[in-house]
Design a protein around this ligand. Structure first.
Ligand code: PEP
Ligand code: MN
Length: 355
């Protein structure tokens, strides 16, 4: 990374960027309150750091050793000042701000009526963002794949319901994109694009989604370590999109015999990730546990661990849900969970952003 002098001119910054390109790398220019910092994207070993350190307007040329740099605390602190925690804004909703954010809705959008009813319930329970899967990443080809897989027209219709439900009940909306071809269409309707666990490693999808400039809800793969998770989030940041909401959703259970939960919710990842990056992180207790009866406690624990919010599957009649019925909670349960989590968030507020 290249740290510019506080008084560096626009021309000096442009000259450094030109030089970076000349060496075959890309530049990420971050203009902060105090100074401009330029992150190098690509193989830094190609760069003669002394050459860059000597360019006009440059204060320092420094190597960052981690596989993710642009989203690192170290980088963020340089241009934003101490204890940088990015707030991702979606309309007037702030993810990573001084209030927890709740995303709720069905696993899959099934019909306009189902979605409108759930949206109304979610709003009443205190949620801010409506979720609803249209392109579902199912394990079996014989399971319901989401309305998006029925056909292009059905996909667009379901996306329009999501938008309608969001507008009617004053909720932002998020939906998953499973493949590159779905991105442009989904971006027309959704406020946030979700990259699911199974696609965490799909670099082309990450790049395509990042380029829409929409906030990205980025879920950890169930087999990925934290460093790997952040390294892939860097692909999104490297496209100039730092509106990334990380999401912990559980990792593969270990050991013989029954685990009793669908995945193992790695709660220590929350404060660990907050030490590494300035990006906000939320938790999905629904997919992590796969069990309705565990959602309340794991939600409280996630907020206590420092999460900036939660994503929870909810249905007015969970047993009726076409996908993930066993983990959906009722609107009443969601309401109870949100009020408990809001209290916990306030309780730990003095310490939650300390590193
Ligand atoms: C989802 O949130 O709808 C989902 C499929 O979750 P995950 O990608 O974490 O399995
Ligand atoms: Mn689900």
């Amino acid at each position: 990374m290249i740290i510019m002098e506080a008084g560096a001119t626009k021309e000096q910054v442009e000259h450094v960027v030109k030089e970076i390109k000349r060496f075959g790398l890309r530049a990420d220019v971050s203009r902060g309150e105090f100074r401009t910092v330029i992150g190098l994207i690509g193989d830094e070993r190609k760069i003669p750091f002394e050459h860059f350190a000597a360019l006009p307007g440059v204060k320092e040329a420094r190597m960052i050793e981690t596989p993710y740099k642009l989203i690192s605390q170290e980088y963020g602190k340089l241009f934003e000042g101490e204890s940088e925690h990015r707030i991702v804004k979606v309309g007037d909703i702030e993810i990573g701000g001084d209030k927890p954010v709740f995303i709720a809705g069905p696993c899959a959008v099934e019909s306009r009526e189902q979605l409108l009813r759930i949206a109304e319930d979610a709003k009443r329970a205190g949620a801010h963002i409506l979720r609803g899967g249209i392109f579902k990443p199912r394990s079996s080809v014989h399971s319901f794949q989401g309305l998006g897989s029925v056909g292009w027209q059905e996909a667009e219709e379901a996306l329009a319901w999501l938008r309608e439900a969001g507008e009617r009940f004053d909720l932002a909306v998020v939906t998953e994109v499973r493949g590159e071809t779905q991105v442009d269409l989904a971006a027309e309707y959704a406020d946030i694009l979700q990259i699911g666990s199974r696609n965490m490693y799909n670099q082309d999808l990450l790049i395509k989604v990042a380029r829409t400039k929409k906030p990205v809800l980025f879920k950890r793969h169930f087999g990925a370590g934290i460093e790997e998770f952040l390294s892939f989030a860097e692909y999104i940041a490297a496209e100039g999109n730092k509106d990334i909401i990380l999401c912990e959703r559980g990792i593969l259970p270990v050991g013989k015999g029954k685990s009793y939960t669908r995945y193992t919710l790695d709660l220590a990842s929350v404060p660990t990730i907050q030490k590494e990056t300035y990006l906000p992180i939320i938790v999905d207790p629904s997919h992590a546990t796969g069990r309705r009866d565990l959602i309340f406690k794991m939600s409280c624990a996630a907020i206590a661990a420092g999460a900036s919010g939660l994503m929870v599957e909810m249905h007015y009649n969970p047993a009726e849900a076409l996908v993930d019925a066993q983990q959906a909670i009722t609107p009443e349960e969601l309401g109870d969970l949100i009020s408990a989590c809001q209290k916990i968030y306030q309780l730990i507020a003095p310490g939650r952003n300390k590193n």
